[in-house]
Write a protein that binds this ligand. Sequence first.
Ligand SMILES: [Zn+2]
Length: 96
Amino acid sequence: MSTPELRKLWKLFLNTSDRAFEEWEKRGYIGSVNRPPFPEELRGMTCGAKTRAGTPCRQKGIYRNGRCKLHGGLSTGPITQEGKKKSSQNWKKRTP
Ligand SMILES: [Zn+2]
């Protein structure tokens, strides 16, 4: 199951737990992380995107955006001129 409300809750949960980790970092990693409890309704959440067969996607490996790797998860590569230039130079690192 995946609804827009569930995905919203998923993002909210990730953001609040990120903030808890930031606070922990500021405290100098003292004490334990004041993480929010994992919302039970998010357990077993699926991607839910419409597949080419017309059925909802059943992948459970969900990224921050609430979708799986096939439905909006992977990077499409560098966009800016700077990024393209940088990635075009990466091959040089491997040659001795
Ligand atoms: Zn999916």
